[in-house]
Ligand binder design. Structure first.
Ligand code: ZN
Length: 275
């Protein structure tokens, strides 16, 4: 089932984080025929949200998601500053026409060993952000992260756990399915079916290298690792997902050191042959 054309791809700007600013990412996506882009907030704010919104619109790109809201747990309480920052993230997502706001929910609070307490904070933070998302019409997408990040980045680690939260919170919230985080899960097929079209809000692709040399910054280019990407794409498409395939590769040792146009060309080639 391979054969993705560039118009079905979105560039997550983390993929070229070290090489391009957002303006260059927008121009590069347009020049290489990508269908969309997914900015990170630091790059968005650096360019200026309204200027970025205009450039993205002028380039004819979709925005498959804004990365990222969340981080509800750090201080051990969901304080107003965290909620305000998430509301700003919703506003930014609206301004650039993002299809969802991606949430990385946060790991354990500093010096805490109380995982259930962290889960409670996350659900409270998500509920409060979702209220604003519903008010404004922005979808909220929980990105379950691989369990190796439960301590420091996200204590929502499987699709089942994310969908249990979605069930409790109701409409307007779903999942960002990132193959890097969920490929190993024996329940994945069933949980994607459970999510259905409305709750699969984004699909992120890269590959899992064996061995992985760094827990955060050693993701692989599609085709260089062990993830069966066509199979996973088939699962989300079977539910009716018709969004873009967002390429998100953190790669300090390899792709961040390369010429950005070479990276873009490689993505296009791999999308055609192995995705
Ligand atoms: Zn992702």
């Amino acid at each position: 089932m391979s054969g993705l054309t560039p118009d079905r791809l979105s560039l997550n700007t983390a993929t070229l984080r070290e090489q391009w600013n957002l303006a260059q990412c927008i121009e590069g996506c347009a020049r290489h025929g990508f269908g969309g882009i997914a900015p990170w907030r630091d790059k968005l704010q650096e360019m200026g949200v309204s200027q970025a919104a205009r450039a993205i619109r002028d380039a004819g790109l979709r925005v498959s998601g804004l990365c990222r809201g969340g981080w509800f747990t750090a201080s051990g309480a969901v304080d107003q500053a965290v909620i305000d920052d998430n509301r700003r993230a919703v506003d930014e997502a609206l301004e650039i026409g993002a299809e969802c706001l991606v949430m990385v929910v946060g790991g354990l609070p500093t010096a805490s060993r109380d995982l259930p307490a962290a889960w409670k904070l996350v659900e409270e933070g998500l509920a409060r952000t979702l209220d604003y998302g519903r008010e404004t019409g922005m979808k909220i997408a929980i990105e379950p992260l691989h369990p190796m990040y439960a301590g420091d980045r996200a204590c929502v680690n499987t699709m089942r756990q994310a969908l249990d939260i979605c069930d409790r919170l109701g409409p307007g919230i779903g999942c960002a399915v990132d193959v890097y985080h969920v490929w190993w899960d024996h329940e994945l097929a069933g949980q994607i079916a459970r999510a259905g079209k409305d709750r699969v809000m984004a699909f992120h692709i890269c590959d899992w290298l064996v061995p992985t040399r760094d827990l955060l910054t050693d993701r692989g280019m599609m085709g260089d690792g062990v993830i069966d990407i066509p199979y996973l794409r088939g699962l989300v498409e079977a539910e009716g997902f018709d969004g873009l395939n967002e390429v998100e590769i953190f790669s300090a040792l390899d792709w961040w050191t390369r010429d950005p146009d070479e990276v873009m060309q490689t993505i296009i080639e791999r999308a055609r042959t192995v995705c």
